[in-house]
Design a protein around this ligand. Structure first.
Ligand code: BV8
Length: 237
């Protein structure tokens, strides 16, 4: 790693676990309580919008009103962005705002944001921290029933993919933190970087992800311990 080298960091639900937010596929995770087909697909929303709005209203209310704060891992990534001489880009699969609240600025939410909603018709996303009613009216086009969470559901195209692939092509280091490597296209990013044959790739996770064998290096443990230590190591070189 040379000073001006760029770093891309992919994060998943595991980085927010120690802040008190559930992951998806751990034994007591979100998908053990509800079927993703019912609450995280366009068909699920068409079939039962009230159920989908309730699913995201509960998660939004917990994030806004619960005692949910960035943990040492989020804070360490913000420190890396401040102190590393080259570009640091965080690409998160998470829809919480913990990276922002920790101070990360160069950030892409590829699966959307829990604290934003958008109109299915006029598509403008805007900040929203309340419950969203099924018959809420869009402030732009005034339609009712077309407002939805600004979240990427299964079968929908993740956001800012061009910017992400451009950053992957340029990076000298790709770090994956707290993701099971189950959901594509995020799970394929390490292969994209490995195929370029130049960058170092490292996984920091509680247990080996589905793509663990694709990384040049893997470290197992809780993010709140692994990430600050890794950032300190990078910055002290
Ligand atoms: C798309 C909504 C294309 C928001 C989510 C191949 C290529 C392309 C697509 C596909 C493909 N194969 C299959 C697909 C389809 C699908 C997919 O991947 N399906 C899976 C089930 C196989 N992908 C899609 O549909 C994507 N769209 O590809 O579109 C397209 C092309 C043309 C035209 C249109 C479309 C869309 C994917 C986004 C779906 N939305 N969420 C929300 O409700 O949150 S994904 C969902 O899973 C979450 O958002 C989350 O981000 C994501 C990944 O989960 P993880 O973050 O990894 O969480 P998980 O619980 O799984 O793992 C946690 C990890 O942390 C574990 O490893 C655990 O050990 C670790 N951990 C726990 N505690 C700690 C820890 N680590 C460290 N410290 C700790 N303390």
């Amino acid at each position: 790693m040379a000073g001006k080298d760029s770093i891309v960091i992919l994060t998943g639900a595991g980085i927010s676990k120690e802040s008190g937010l559930d992951t998806f596929r751990d034994k007591d995770g979100i998908w053990s309580k509800v079927r993703l087909e019912d609450v995280a697909t366009p068909d699920g929303f068409r079939r039962d919008p009230a159920r989908v709005q309730a699913f995201y209203n509960t998660r939004r209310r917990n994030l806004v009103e619960g005692d949910i704060r960035p943990n040492a891992a989020h804070l360490a990534l913000a420190r890396l962005e401040r102190e590393w001489p080259g570009e640091v880009l965080v690409v998160t699969q998470n829809i919480d705002d913990l990276h922002e609240r920790a101070g990360t600025e160069n950030l892409i939410h590829m699966h959307g944001e829990l604290l934003k909603i958008r109109c299915g018709k006029c598509a403008r996303p805007f900040a929203w921290s309340e419950d969203l009613a099924v018959d809420a009216k869009c402030p732009d086009c005034h339609r009712t029933g077309s407002l939805r969470p600004h979240v990427v559901w299964f079968g929908e195209m993740p956001l800012h993919m061009d910017r992400i692939f451009d950053a992957l092509a340029r990076c000298a280091l790709f770090v994956s933190i707290g993701t099971s490597g189950h959901v594509y296209p995020a799970a394929g990013f390490v292969q994209t970087v490995a195929n370029q044959g130049r960058a170092h790739t490292i996984e920091l996770n509680l247990e080996p992800s589905e793509g663990a064998s694709l990384f040049r290096e893997t470290r197992m443990g809780p993010a709140s311990q692994l990430v600050p230590a890794f950032v300190e190591e990078l910055l002290s070189r």
